[in-house]
Design a protein around this ligand. Structure first.
Ligand SMILES: C[S@@+](CC[C@H](N)C(=O)[O-])C[C@H]1O[C@@H](n2cnc3c(N)ncnc32)[C@H](O)[C@@H]1O
Length: 251
């Protein structure tokens, strides 16, 4: 498990990269991922009361603010204190500045304002805090929607989150997961991977099938869809990834 000292999501490099991913420009015609996911989650949860939402692994907070355009109350929780500080700073100061990579050692300073995104009017509905998806405090409960985008393959023990998350949803509540299923031992010990391996009989276990096994007792799988995203590393290097969104309704 990553400690505060070894967690890459606490570094200035990743804070800058995620600020740019969430609040920066769009590339190659791909819609801002946090915005796309929040809009899809709002649509998939339209038959629930849409009062209280949780954005788990919220990073620098964009999707939490976007959800607050619809929901009355949104918790944005992330393991990285540096990431949730960005969301809180946005609320307090109405603007944030961050460092974007140029070529080599060149760094660009960028600044964005909360009203560039229409978040000013809803920002006080969002409550950011540092927390662990595998060991959430009991107060985080009674949600109509829980969204966890690109989180499961970054958890140290994803089953701790997946096996208990239904307890925090209201009746008919919606769970929205996305993941590119990039399992890596640096984040998740192999014994805890949710798919992405062959079992003792050589049968390949996909993450979606493993999720159906793990969540099936408490959720019905509503649908899946692909959601692309682009993360800018440098002016000439980008990660273009296809995440799979899976939408689950509490039984
Ligand atoms: C790949 S990023 C995804 C961020 C954002 N949800 C998105 O879709 O862009 C993974 C996020 O999960 C957070 N994270 C990792 N382990 C966590 C844990 N145990 N509890 C809560 N958040 C965690 C990281 O700090 C990081 O913000």
């Amino acid at each position: 498990m990553n400690t505060k000292e070894t967690n890459i999501y606490e570094t200035d490099e990743l804070v800058g990269q995620y600020c740019d991913f969430q609040y920066g420009d769009e590339y190659f015609g791909v819609t801002n991922f946090a915005k796309a996911c929040a809009h899809k989650a709002i649509e998939y949860s339209k038959n629930t009361p849409q009062k209280k939402a949780l954005d788990l692994g919220c990073a620098t907070g964009y999707a939490s603010f976007e959800l607050a355009k619809k929901f009355d109350y949104v918790d944005g929780i992330d393991y990285s204190q540096a990431f949730v500080n960005v969301g809180s700073e946005f609320q307090k100061a109405g603007r944030i500045s961050y460092t974007q990579n140029g070529e080599g050692e060149i760094k660009n300073r960028k600044e964005v304002a909360i009203d560039d995104f229409g978040f000013g009017a809803v920002s006080d509905k969002v409550h950011f805090s540092q927390g662990d998806a595998c060991a959430l405090n009991p107060e985080f409960t009674e949600y109509d929607l829980i969204m966890a985008t690109n989180l499961i393959d970054r958890l140290y023990q994803p089953h701790l989150f997946l096996k208990s998350i239904h307890e925090r949803l209201n009746e008919n509540g919606i769970l929205v997961l996305t993941s590119p299923y990039t399992w890596k031992e640096e984040y998740t010990a192999k014994e805890f991977w949710v798919g992405g391996y062959a079992d003792e009989n050589g049968k390949e276990i996909t993450t979606l099938n493993a999720l159906i096994d793990m969540l099936g007792e408490n959720f019905e799988l509503v649908t899946t869809e692909d959601v692309p995203f682009v993360i800018r590393e440098t002016p000439r290097k980008f990660q273009y990834t296809i995440s799979q969104m899976s939408v689950w309704k509490k039984k």
